[in-house]
Each structure stands twice: as structure tokens, then as C-alpha cells.
Design a protein around this ligand. Sequence first.
Ligand code: GRF
Length: 239
Amino acid sequence: MAKTINVGTLISGGGTNLQAIIDACTAGRIDARILFTGSDTPGVKGLERAQKAGIDTFVVDYAKIIRSCKKGIDPGDLPSDFNLQEILGKQQLMAGNMEKDRIDFFLKSRAIAEKLLLDHILSFQIDLLVLAGFMRVLTPYFIDRMNTIPGQYRIMNIHPALLPSFPGTDGYGDTFRYGCKVGGCTVHFIDYGEDTGPIIGQRSFEIAEGDTLEDVKRKGLEQEWELYPACIQKFADLG
Ligand code: GRF
């Protein structure tokens, strides 16, 4: 049996993956315990699920932060250790031909939100951060403050498609509209790109003639609920 790892979770919505992980921990099916659940959106069902399981919760309201940044970002609003040039040099989220002001705004506004996330997260001692339906990309500002040991990834994500196909926000929708006969989900580590980090595990399912997008999402989620706890266990087994 592996040592029990301490896990933090981030969500944005319903939290059915979070629930699957909570259930796996509670039943002792995986060697992990969840220390907190953070959300980028207040009032979501996933927060309720966490609270019901006795897990600490917090919210960093991204939409509110971004709205306020749109009124203007004062240099004093940025985290004191924020270095735009360094982050520009590392980020692989936006293409170089994108308008410079837009890239700068994105990286600055996200760093303001990410600093608040880190203030919560780093008050816990976690081995692994699990993104369970967290619908925000994370910039190098955040990633570097989580992945402090070179070469060791500490942030896991689940993506609703068989990467490297269909990265982005609507994996099942893109799979369905393309006319794929097989769909799937992927658990991977987070790196500086969008959905590009090393793959930890994948599950696939058949898309039958006549399946609707809803069928694809249902089949996909059923796979996700098994795959995510299994990948967390893989991480725990590494010791
Ligand atoms: C899942 O399909 C996951 O792959 C994607 O967002 C969805 C979250 O669902 N990243 P839930 O909140 O876990 O129910």
C-alpha cells in the first residue's frame, strides 16, 4: 500500500469528478485524502459536495477579478513577485502573433487571480493539485509556484477528449461534431501549454450510430469517474 497523499482540488461547476474522487478516498480505494476544494465561481454544486464531505472550501471569483481588471490594472494590483517578461518568455497559451496588449492583459489579470489561489493553496501541505472540471487555464506564474521541484509535475487535469486531439474547452462537443466513432478522456499533467502536458491515463468509449451529444457526454463522464481516481492512485504509487 502506498503512503496516503494529500490532495487539493479546484473546480468550476457541478463537481461529479470531485464526487468520484471523494468517494474513492472515503471508501479507501485510493491512497489519498482531499484537504481542500477551491472554486473560481461562487455557489457551484461542487462546493456543496465538498462541504458535505467535510472538506475545506474557498472561492476566488475570477469573473469579478477580470471585470475589475478591465477598468484598469494598477502596477500595485499585481503580485509583488510578478515578472511579465519572464512569464511572456515561458507561456505557450497564446500565439506570438496575438495583439501584445491582449496577451499582457491576460497574463496580468490571471496572475492577480492566481496569487489569491496560491494564498489559499499554499496554506495547506499538498502533494498533488487536482483540477476537477476547473475551467481556467493556469499561467506560468501559478505553475512555477506549484511545481517547485524541477522536472516534477504536481498539477493534474482531466480533459474530455483523447488528447492530443481536441484540446480546448469543448472536447466532447468537438469529438461529436467531427463525426468520431470513438471518444474518450485524458488525465494529464499541466505544463505551460493548453492541454499539452504529459499524459497519465486515457479511457475510450464507442460512439454509436444515433448517439446524441448528450449520450457522448454521459458516456465520457462515466469513464472520467473511473479514470481520475485511478490516475491519482498512480501518482500515489510513485511515492
Ligand atoms: C468534465 O467533462 C471534465 O472533463 C471537464 O469538465 C467537466 C467537469 O465535470 N474538464 P464535473 O464538474 O466534474 O461534473
